[in-house]
Design a protein around this ligand. Structure first.
Ligand code: KG4
Ligand code: ZN
Length: 345
């Protein structure tokens, strides 16, 4: 199959609607993402029904904009890529139904993609083909995984979170301190501005439970800390921590998250003799996390692959990039392709 084929990819796994058009495996002709964060703000979290409805409202327009940006019309599309798991079922079904309708009417192949497996392909877009074997750390709002990959489509999950994902923990802690979703950028800013060693928060499972993570204990520790200290400061600013005090707290909290992610990842790489490490997923958009990984990789002599921030958060380009590798091998799905919420069917 020709490697310059044009793929249109859709990602509607959670609360972002994303459409990408790519030529070959790396050339992004369009990559447009609409976030729904503000649509769910008043409910304190993503409302699945509302998320599906929102995807439906915007997806056609987003495809039109993407085609315009790529200077193409539908007749120029060679295949359709779509994330069909994991995620919110109603949201996934919107993307999948649109993808199937397009594949049927354009009479072109459809390729279903695992959204989490697609995150590391942000690095393929950025650097070109990655060397194998490689250790992927995927740190997102819904998943924290360590994956050992021997080749494309030949990988094993060797570590995962036992409870909250790292991004989920960061979002919840930011919310405790009165910040809106997504909490990652606020926490990252605090971490860049203040030292991370003012408070000593827990580093869960740092030297325990192999390659697995746990972040719910840290979240509870932050809740307790906030309750304890709220009394001392509540007179100052109507119950909300003052910026001056909050910065070092959030920075120290994030240092715990970063330390755990770094320690577990480099330990897994050492134990398995892996020289190549790739980091991806929304939390990887953190500048603090990026520089911590860069420093550690230099110290440990590992080759690090780390995408730019806009390819860390959910986007359809990474999905299309993975699908382009399957297109080349003619690994197509058909119109019986289904959506399912779990990481593995
Ligand atoms: O990959 P993603 O967009 O969605 C999932 O697949 O889950 O990741 C979302 C996560 C959220 O926790 C959000 O707070 C975090 O990525 N995030 C960031 C930044 N932008 C998004 N974290 C730190 N710094 C950022 N700039
Ligand atoms: Zn994601």
């Amino acid at each position: 199959m020709q490697t310059s084929a044009i793929g249109l990819g859709l990602d509607t796994t959670f609360d972002d609607t994303s459409v990408a058009i790519m030529r070959g495996k790396r050339e992004i002709l369009a990559n447009l993402t609409l976030s729904q964060y503000q649509d769910h703000e008043e409910f304190g979290g993503v409302v699945p029904e509302r998320a599906s409805r929102k995807h439906l409202e915007v997806i056609n327009q987003l495809m039109t904009f993407a085609l315009q940006k790529a200077h193409l019309d539908f007749s120029g599309i060679d295949y359709i890529a779509v994330s069909n798991h994991p995620g919110l079922l109603g949201s996934l079904l919107v993307g999948l139904t649109v993808a199937k309708s397009l594949a049927y009417s354009l009479q072109c192949p459809i390729i279903g993609v695992n959204h989490v497996e697609a995150h590391p392909y942000a690095n393929v877009i950025t650097y070109g083909e990655l060397p194998f074997p490689i250790l992927h750390l995927v740190v997102a709002g819904g998943h924290t995984l360590l994956i050992e990959a021997k080749a494309h489509f030949d990988y094993k999950i060797i570590g995962r979170t036992l409870d909250d994902a790292a991004g989920e923990c960061v979002d919840k802690v930011a919310k405790m301190f009165g910040h809106q979703m997504p909490g990652g950028p606020v926490v990252d800013q605090a971490a860049l501005m203040y030292p991370g060693d003012i408070y000593d928060f827990p580093r869960p499972l740092l030297n325990k439970n192999g390659n697995n993570f746990s972040f719910s204990g840290l979240k509870t520790a932050m809740l307790r800390f906030r309750e304890k200290h709220l009394e001392n400061i509540s007179s100052k600013e109507n119950g909300k921590m003052q910026k001056l005090e909050e910065g070092p707290v959030l920075s120290s909290f994030f240092q715990s998250v970063v330390d755990v992610l770094i320690h577990k990842t480099f330990k897994a790489a050492e134990t398995r003799g892996l020289k190549n490490i790739s980091v991806s997923g929304g939390l990887a958009a953190s500048q603090k996390l990026r520089s911590a990984f860069e420093e550690e990789a230099a110290r440990e002599g590992k080759k690090l692959f780390y995408p730019p921030a806009n390819l860390c958060t959910d986007n359809a380009a990474m999905v299309t990039c993975l699908a382009a590798h399957r297109y080349e091998l003619e690994h197509f799905d058909d119109l019986t392709l289904d959506a399912f919420p779990n990481l593995i069917s």
